[in-house]
Design a protein around this ligand. Structure first.
Ligand SMILES: NC(=O)c1ccc[n+]([C@@H]2O[C@H](COP(=O)([O-])OP(=O)(O)OC[C@H]3O[C@@H](n4cnc5c(N)ncnc54)[C@H](OP(=O)(O)O)[C@@H]3O)[C@@H](O)[C@H]2O)c1
Length: 249
């Protein structure tokens, strides 16, 4: 398969890029710095790197880029700096999704392209009646005012949920929602739920970035898994380790 990875230089995107290349796929990456990518993902004959950003490319260039892609995976996120959080582009994730989906639609491909978006449990799935604790509702309302990236993430999911919807002939989508992100070197078992089972603000679980990346990769590769989660927003947690050595009394 051929996959366009966005955010390949990031802490999650690098794991996804390595996973896809290791599994024999061709990867196209649009990155702001090819040198930064080289520092985290080794050169590979199946890795095609374009320097720039989706938002700075012309419609024609984007159409050429997505031509031949079976899937697009976005691990984009605002950098944790004053400029990253409050500077332009304020709607990085949402506008990127819109530009890429427009390019896919313009190509009028025979089969739909998968769009896999990394989000967070802090964003609810408004297609479902997710029960949001009052404490989370209050904090989320505050975040919408003080943290533009939170609104960007919500709008990106809403764009896919409302504008692309469930029966689009050109694009199928899935938003992957990890809980509190941690770094681990190896993938571990994970639990997948349609909605959060913990309060993401006051009782967050843990999800390793490598598990997020591998789950996104598996969604792209595995048709049965894709059928189960397309048009949905799976929440993933690292499975809690059992104390296997405990002796029952
Ligand atoms: N559940 C949670 O606890 C949680 C927490 C934080 C984030 N998240 C979500 O997870 C996602 C990624 O997390 P992460 O830790 O892997 O992020 P990360 O390491 O900060 O990676 C962000 C990626 O986005 C790129 N990027 C940032 N600003 C850009 C811009 N203006 N134009 C183009 N590319 C840009 C970065 O490129 P450069 O290398 O060029 O900077 C990098 O590749 C985010 O979407 C966020 O919503 C979830």
């Amino acid at each position: 398969m051929t996959i366009l990875v966005l955010g390949a230089t990031g802490a999650t995107g690098k794991h996804l890029t390595r996973y896809l290349l290791a599994n024999g796929h061709a990867v196209k990456a649009i990155v702001r710095s090819a040198d930064r990518l080289k520092a985290v993902v080794s050169d590979h004959p199946n890795l095609d790197v374009t320097e720039g950003t989706v938002l700075n490319q012309s419609d024609k260039t984007l159409q050429e880029t997505v031509q031949g892609c079976d899937a697009v995976a976005s691990c984009l996120g605002h950098n944790i700096s004053f400029k990253g959080i409050f500077g332009a582009p304020r709607r990085l994730v949402r506008d990127t999704a819109e530009r890429i989906c427009a390019a896919i639609k313009a190509n009028q491909l025979a089969a739909p392209v998968k769009y896999v978006l990394m989000k967070t449990t802090g964003n609810t799935n408004r297609d479902l009646n997710e029960i949001v604790p009052t404490s989370q509702r209050i904090v989320t309302s505050l975040l919408r005012v003080v943290l533009p990236p939170h609104v960007d993430n919500e709008q990106a999911a809403d764009y896919l949920r409302v504008n692309i919807d469930q029966e689009n002939a050109s694009v199928e989508w899935c938003c992957v929602r990890p809980d509190g992100l941690i770094d681990q070197d190896e993938p571990t078992p994970l639990d997948i739920h349609p909605s959060p089972i913990r309060n993401p603000i006051f009782d967050a679980g843990k999800t390793s970035r490598i598990n997020v990346a591998h789950f996104m990769g598996r969604l792209i590769e595995d048709e049965a898994l894709w059928k189960e989660w397309k048009g949905r927003m799976p929440v993933i947690y690292n499975r809690a380790l059992q104390n296997l050595n405990r002796t029952e009394s």
